[in-house]
Design a protein around this ligand. Sequence first.
Ligand SMILES: O=C(O)Cc1cc(O)ccc1O
Ligand SMILES: [Fe+2]
Length: 453
Amino acid sequence: MNILPQPTLEGTRSSALVPGYMSGFGNSFETEALDGTLPIGRNSPQKINYGLYAEQLSGSPFTAPQAVNERSWLYRIRPAVKHSGRYHRVDKGFIRTAPMARDESDIALGQYRWSAIPLPQEKLTFIAGLRTITTAGDVDSQGGMAAHMAFVTASMENEYFFNADGELLVVAQEGALRFRTEFGVIDIAPGEICLIQRGVIFKVELIDGPARAYVCENYGATFTLPDRGPIGANCLANPRDFLTPVAAYEDKEEASLLYVKWGGELHVTEIGQSPLDVVAWHGNYAPYKYDLRHFSPVGALLFDHPDPSIFTVLTSPSGTPGTANIDFVIFPERWMVAENTFRPPWYHRNIMSEFMGLIYGVYDAKPAGFAPGGFSLHNLMLPHGPDEQAFEHASTGAQTPVKLENTLAFMFETRLPQRVTAYAAGVPQLQANYVDCWAGLKKRFDPTRRNAW
Ligand SMILES: O=C(O)Cc1cc(O)ccc1O
Ligand SMILES: [Fe+2]
């Protein structure tokens, strides 16, 4: 069962007061599960209190400019070198990484949409349940992304994971998940996202399951907040609504497995303890969560439909200004008030390629066929836009203010073309007739009637 979205802001505690989390985006945080763990005024004294080891986790090169320099200091029971003997490669299941072999799937060029894939009956952890839908770019050159679905029917027990190939942006769609990380514990339910950075060790448990989530694996620069330009200091995703967990650790001496995604392959090593043994940490490289219903949309107040970039929650920049490696964009509840305007998205062709998902409700451009849990792909330069029903509805009738309620769609939009995996090309939920949604858009042109409507 889908968890219905709760009323948006009313009755929700101020994010700064949510127990177990610290508020802010990109802050230098400091937190300790045991009082007096963090060294004062230095990172690496001769001895760490409580007999802990100090370890730095770098998310950017040491020499990265200040604004994008990311690292944290972890004070832990054992250093991470004690996590690895030799890794050995294991079956990666349905996980794929860019660049994929050109013959990965022979799916014809086109616009595609999938119905929601039902949650499998079999026991699947977050890792075993990952199914890659598209990949783009090249993991080795640290550019591009993958869009995955995660089907979770079992908690990870004495199993841990980190991804060396990129960070994971997890968009909860059904069920609730708990991420136990080196940095602390993050819970997400539909309407919320969490972001686990490259290299951060975690495991995923079901709180309310089974669960379905969309996952964007970002091989490129870490997600950050978009520049605000003329919008100014407020609205969109406000920094205070991002929540980073306080330190929490496991002191558990049990045989465990540590899985690693590295270079597109899945590897595993056996360890004798929980690697979530960080008693305190400080720094600005740490996982976070965000409730998408805290996003304050800014839009058309008089006429026309703005570019969806105004709905960007997070962006992964590429080396080219204004050309994102990935934009994470949402289409939340909002009022439509524009006059003499075709209000849904316009018909368009785009140099960026668009993977879309629906967390709940109805997406205004696709009232039929785009279901919660489903997804669509409108690739580089392939035309798309409202279906016939949405066009008819939006082109006629009075333009009174209308509230799009109980709706939350999103897009992973990348500068790079997205290639479809064999898994996604082969599932029965691939809608063979998707392009028919535009079939009824008839010729209306009549050169003799200026007011052909
Ligand atoms: O294609 C889509 O549905 C996503 C989208 C929405 C919008 O409002 C403008 C452009 C765009 O690509
Ligand atoms: Fe689009």
